[in-house]
Design a protein around this ligand. Structure first.
Ligand code: BTN
Length: 260
C-alpha cells in the first residue's frame, strides 16, 4: 500500500492473491463456506475472469480484480440494489483516480470513462428462506490495460488520469468508496443510492437500444424505477420497464458506449 493511501476500511477482511482463476468463484466458495460479510478477495491476475452472460473478462497484472462477500439481511427483491451501490463505488474510485474524466454508470453493470467501458460488475447471490443469504460483488477495473476487439469499446484509466495508476491505489480508493456507499445503503435505503446513480448515469434522456434475451427494444432512456429496473419510452410513447438486458447508447445526450 502506498504511504499516502487512507487506512484500509475496517469493514473488510482482505485476502490477497497473486493469481487465481476468478475472484468471484473464490468469493462464492468462501461465502458458501461461511465467510463473513466484508471478506474481500483481491487477485493481481485472473486466469478465468468472467463477466455477465458468460463473457470472459481480460484480467492481466496492473488491472484491478476483486470480489466482496456481503450478508445484508434483506428480502431477495432488494438484492439487485447492490449493483447500484457497487457501480457508484466504482465510479467514485475512477473519478478519484482521473478527476478530469467523464465517469459514468451504464445500466446495469458497466462503468464508462469518456464513453468507453473501463469496468464491469458481476453480482452473484444465494437466497435462503426468502432472505438474501449472501451476495458476492465482483468488480473489475481496467487501470493499466484494456482489451481491443470487444463488443463494448473499452479503455483504461491511466489514459484518462494522464499517469500510471498503481493497482494498490485503485484498491484502496475502491475499498474506501465501497464501504461508504454500502453504509449509505444500509442506513438510508435505496432512494439516495438511486439518486446518486442517476446523477452519474450515461445516456439519460437519450436514445438507447436494449438487447433482451430474444428481442430488442429502442426508445428513450428515462432512468431507473424505484426497484432498479430500467425505464424507457418506446417511439410510440409506450412506457416500458426492463429487468435484464444489454444497453447500447445510440446518441450523445450524455456520454456512453455505442454498439461495438
Ligand atoms: C461484465 O462487465 O460483464 C462484468 C465483469 C466483472 C469482472 C470482475 S473481475 C473480478 C471478478 N471476478 C470475475 O471473474 N469477474 C469479476
Amino acid at each position: 500500500m502506498g504511504g499516502e493511501s487512507p487506512p484500509f476500511p475496517d469493514f473488510f477482511q482482505l485476502v490477497t492473491l497473486d493469481e487465481t482463476g476468478s475472484t468471484n468463484d473464490d468469493a462464492t466458495a468462501a461465502a458458501r463456506g461461511g465467510a463473513p460479510e466484508g471478506t474481500l478477495i483481491w487477485a493481481r491476475r485472473q486466469t478465468k475472469g468472467h463477466g455477465r452472460r458468460g463473457r470472459s473478462w481480460v484480467s492481466p497484472g496492473g488491472n484491478l480484480h476483486l470480489s466482496i462477500v456481503l450478508r445484508p439481511d434483506v428480502a431477495p427483491m432488494r438484492a439487485g440494489e447492490i449493483a447500484f451501490v457497487a457501480a457508484l463505488a466504482a465510479t467514485d474510485a475512477c473519478a478519484g483516480l482521473a478527476p478530469a474524466a467523464d465517469v459514468r454508470c451504464k445500466w446495469p453493470n458497466d462503468i464508462l470513462v469518456a464513453g468507453r467501458k473501463v469496468g464491469g460488475l458481476l453480482i452473484e447471490s444465494s437466497i435462503a428462506e426468502n432472505r438474501v443469504e449472501w451476495l458476492v460483488v465482483g468488480i473489475g477495473l481496467n487501470l493499466a490495460i484494456h482489451p481491443d476487439n470487444v463488443e463494448f469499446p473499452a479503455t483504461h484509466l491511466a489514459l484518462h488520469a494522464g499517469r500510471a495508476v498503481a493497482v494498490e491505489e485503485g484498491l484502496a480508493l475502491l475499498a474506501e468508496a465501497f464501504a461508504a456507499r454500502y453504509r449509505l445503503w444500509r442506513d438510508h435505503g435505496f432512494a439516495p443510492v438511486r439518486m446518486a446513480w442517476l446523477d452519474r448515469a450515461a445516456g439519460l434522456g437519450g436514445l438507447i437500444r436494449v438487447r433482451l434475451e430474444n428481442s430488442e427494444l429502442t426508445g428513450t432512456f428515462d432512468g431507473i424505477a424505484a426497484d432498479g429496473t430500467l425505464a424507457l419510452t418506446l417511439p410510440d410513447g409506450t412506457p416500458r420497464r426492463v429487468t435484464a438486458g444489454d444497453v447500447f447508447l445510440l446518441d450523445s445526450v450524455s456520454s456512453g458506449a455505442s454498439p461495438g
